[in-house]
Design a protein around this ligand. Structure first.
Ligand SMILES: NC(=O)c1ccc[n+]([C@@H]2O[C@H](COP(=O)([O-])OP(=O)(O)OC[C@H]3O[C@@H](n4cnc5c(N)ncnc54)[C@H](O)[C@@H]3O)[C@@H](O)[C@H]2O)c1
Length: 391
């Protein structure tokens, strides 16, 4: 495990939870006291302040990168040097150029690589995706994902150089991969329109943004991200298709509401802003945030000698979409997604939108009225005239 901070500990709780046979055998942390503390808390035999020593440790089979964004690439390069399988937290790079170098490096070294995008592994998401892939929603037209909270927990996030950006990169990476998964990871994201601003925080990066990602088949992805949202961690997705709709609420309203005056109140959930009054606790954060299913997929893939559901390639595509969002926020125009490496479909046209009624008409809509009549709205194929038929 590289990094003993916020996500390193969540990962460790998941990796070693529930009688798991997976074991952290070495912890690298920048400060000796943090490395030692982590080793004590998680019974890790080897701790070090030397990153390479941890990666090269003979018992290490896979390296888990839980370091600030600006350190991902150096860590990946060391994994390549020592031919160690590597799984890296999100975002893969600070930009697509960095992510592309990492992708090319792991592929050249021939090592297993996994992108730790936990939010496409939540139980709710996996079930929703299965329904979408089985056609329950028909053709996907729009997929929206929102992640907003009151701001990150460590200083480096707020420094544009170390983090690579603000909430677009930090939170938008989740949203883009969620929408992309619903729309289809083989469908090319082509252009992005984004509004971003620094509304509240005294920082150089954006603290609030909204973006639209256009896909080659005409579907639209939407992300809403903020580091200025009050009220906790808001994680919601909406998917709209020609045959159905899905709404997911992953965190603030999970069906567990609690009121307390604050007596005996403790930790409630990630980024909760209060521990009194009406609260929305989360039953099992590790599971509800997808960590358990994510590591299961990573290690099953590794052992089965096949790619994980999320690889460095996916991390690279996400970075490329976000780069376009940053360009658009500046230019105020639709900006093309620049993908030097694309492994999905190409030349996909906009899907067919017309529903046949009979030889003369297309069906626009049918509706049962409150007064018992069934109404059909039809369009004449030749004249284009719209008519209404009451049955
Ligand atoms: N849901 C998620 O997937 C999720 C959530 C939070 C963070 N993350 C990602 O995890 C990574 C780490 O974030 P975090 O929240 O754990 O941050 P953190 O600040 O809590 O922990 C970072 C760790 O890296 C160490 N570190 C900081 N600067 C360093 C340096 N210059 N050299 C060596 N070590 C250094 C810190 O001591 C700490 O151990 C980031 O890439 C972040 O985007 C992912």
């Amino acid at each position: 495990m590289l990094g003993s901070g916020f996500i390193g500990r969540f990962y460790a709780d998941s990796l070693q939870g529930q009688r798991s046979r997976d074991k952290i055998v070495s912890i690298y942390s920048r400060r000796e006291e943090s490395a030692k503390k982590f080793a004590e808390d998680y019974q890790v035999a080897h701790w070090t302040t030397d990153m390479e020593a941890s990666i090269a440790h003979p018992e290490v089979e896979v390296v888990c990168i839980s370091l600030p964004n600006n350190l991902h690439e150096a860590a990946v390069n060391l994994c390549c040097k020592h031919k160690k399988a590597v799984i890296c937290t999100k975002p893969l790079g600070r930009n697509a150029e960095e992510a592309k170098r990492m992708l090319e490096a792991v592929e050249k070294a021939g090592i297993f690589n996994g992108y730790l995008e936990d939010l496409v592994y939540t139980p709710k998401f996996l079930k929703a995706l299965e329904s979408v892939q089985n056609g329950a929603l028909g053709r996907i037209l729009w997929a929206k994902s929102r992640e907003t909270h009151p701001g990150p927990h460590s200083e480096w996030f707020w420094d544009k150089e170390q983090a690579g950006g603000g909430c677009i990169l930090d939170l938008g990476c989740h949203c883009v991969e969620i929408a992309r998964s619903f729309i289809g990871k083989d469908i090319k994201p082509v252009e992005v329109m984004c509004w971003a601003d620094t509304q509240v925080k005294p920082i150089d990066a954006e603290d609030h943004a909204i973006g639209l990602v256009k896909y080659e088949n005409g579907a639209i992805g939407q992300f809403e991200v903020s580091w200025t949202f009050r009220g906790g961690l808001d994680l919601r997705d909406e998917v709209m298709g020609t045959e159905g709709t899905i709404w997911l609420n992953s965190f603030l309203r999970t069906g567990f509401d609690m009121f307390t005056t604050g007596k005996g109140a403790d930790y409630v959930a990630e980024k909760a802003e209060s521990n009194s009054g009406w609260l929305f606790p989360v039953g099992d954060e590790l599971n509800e945030l997808g960590y358990n299913h994510m590591f299961t997929d990573m290690f099953n893939a590794m052992e089965g000698n096949k790619p994980a559901r999320e690889t460095f390639y996916d991390g690279y595509v996400v970075n490329a979409v976000l780069d376009a969002a940053y360009r658009s926020a500046k230019s105020k125009l639709w900006e093309p997604v620049q993908l030097d490496i694309w492994r999905g479909k190409t030349g996909v046209g906009k899907d067919k939108t017309l529903t046949e009624y009979d030889a003369q008409y297309y069906l626009v809509k049918e509706e049962m009225t409150h007064f018992g009549a069934k109404k059909l709205i039809l369009k004449d194929k030749n004249s284009g005239q719209i008519i209404e038929k009451v049955l």
